[in-house]
Design a protein around this ligand. Sequence first.
Ligand SMILES: Nc1ncnc2c1ncn2[C@@H]1O[C@H](COP(=O)(O)OP(=O)(O)O)[C@@H](O)[C@H]1O
Ligand SMILES: [Mg+2]
Length: 316
Amino acid sequence: MTAEEPAIATQALTKRYRGGRLAVDRLDLLVPRGSVFGFLGPNGSGKTTTIRMLMGLIEPTSGVARVLGEEMPRSGRRVLSRVGALIEGPAPYGFLSGRDNLARYDAADPTADPRTRAARVAAALDRVGLTAAAGKKARAYSLGMKQRLGLAAALLRPRELLVLDEPTNGLDPQGMREIRALVRDLAAGGTTVFLSSHLLDEIEQVCTHVAVMAQGRLLVQGTVTELASSVRARLGVTTPDTADAVRILKEHGVTDLAVRDDRVSGELPPAALVDPADLNAALVRAGVRVRAFGTERASLEDAFVALTGEGFDVAG
Ligand SMILES: Nc1ncnc2c1ncn2[C@@H]1O[C@H](COP(=O)(O)OP(=O)(O)O)[C@@H](O)[C@H]1O
Ligand SMILES: [Mg+2]
């Protein structure tokens, strides 16, 4: 394995469940080392199924999955000690405290030195903000606390790659912020983080890269910036001279022009072709009295709508 190997790479990875349902359809995923990679898609789009294949928990129907350069599930034993994972529905023992649950996870790792176990467990609890609740029985934990405990288990050892399936599920906004801060912190320390979410906003806030799934298929992948800039920005001009403004803007490549009262809006040509400042100057030169001039950068959500023709908030 070389340092250039991506953290995760799949080729035509496919999973058809018994009963014929195609959950993941010829997925080609490329997760660069050092990225915070958002695996985005509505419920039922195949995220958990993909993650289960990546972690060697289920066999692909066909295709190849490589994690840290090793083929899964064949090399699972070798590679999984370098990967921390939090997969849907962490199920701690309810009759044990959070701390004792972690000690059990740690004991299940044959490479973990029992003499330093207590320190590792304490550090992991601290990292996810569970120190105060560490002595409580896990059955008294809220969903969010269980989620944190699962994360703590993934953080017991230093990892090259963290795979987190919907890590903020069940958390309140404050808990979500804490997880985002933790993810940024881990990434700054050099860990590659692959996290799934059905929340676009969350991906946009924390991720450098994103792959968008819908119905088992990959719609697009790339950096968050690339994806957002693939959608054209919109322009809005407030002026009493709307007819002239429309004419000038059209001459300069603005499309989808619309007038509403004293406001003209339209879609800007790609940023490489026109500078909004030049558009403004052209309007003024033509005698258009510009009261307000503004552009709106496209968000990841705009990109998603453009890709799928629908809003992202698709309930599953
Ligand atoms: N064990 C299973 N057996 C049969 N179908 C499944 C199983 N797990 C998931 N599915 C189906 O596969 C599709 C993808 O599910 P999943 O991977 O859980 O998506 P996501 O994590 O994006 O919500 C869904 O249609 C789901 O109903
Ligand atoms: Mg899922």
